[in-house]
Design a binder for this molecule. Structure first.
Ligand SMILES: [Fe+2]
Ligand SMILES: [Fe+2]
Length: 163
């Protein structure tokens, strides 16, 4: 099999990672197309299209992240940096005063949000199987966990003197 995507100057690890990311990116692209069809399919119910649309939004982002990771690895291999799709982490250290100033407060906001969403989920329990509401609230709880994860990462890296 010929590889048309050889990165000049790349290490074995970089090349293998790049190949892995681009081939997985292709799979993600196919998944994305499948959801797009489902989300746009004219004959299906609004509920079905609505749910497929929620997944589609995530898959669009996943597809982009895979493309960005592959590009970041390629640029690392070629030792050149044009417009980097994924910014270097060092900038977080530079922004540390701002980050320290806002992250604790935002973490509190997110934790309050998590509590409120938990209560809301409880209140919507009677409708769990007859509406989409509970699912949507659960998805927001999931997002809130994700936001907390991002904020903690920012805060911890801002403190990191190795950056
Ligand atoms: Fe995905
Ligand atoms: Fe949030």
């Amino acid at each position: 099999m010929t590889n048309t995507n050889r990165i000049p100057g790349a290490s074995v690890w970089e090349q293998e990672m790049y190949d892995h990311l681009t081939s997985h990116g292709k799979v993600e692209g196919e998944i994305l197309e499948a959801y797009k069809e489902l989300a746009e399919g004219g004959d299906t119910s609004p509920a079905f299209r609505y749910l497929a649309g929620i997944i589609l939004e995530d898959e669009v982002r996943h597809h982009q992240v895979f493309a960005d990771l592959a590009e970041a690895i390629r640029q690392m291999g070629e030792v050149r940096s044009e417009e980097e799709p994924i910014p270097r982490i060092g900038g977080l250290r530079k922004d540390r005063h701002l980050i320290m100033g806002v992250t604790e407060r935002l973490l509190e906001v997110e934790r309050d949000d998590a509590k409120e969403l938990k209560d809301l989920a409880k209140q919507l329990k009677p409708y769990r199987n007859t509406t989409l509401w509970g699912l949507l609230v659960d998805l927001m709880r999931h997002d809130t966990e994700k936001h907390i994860m991002i904020l903690k990462f920012m805060r911890d890296r801002a403190k990191d003197t190795d950056l």
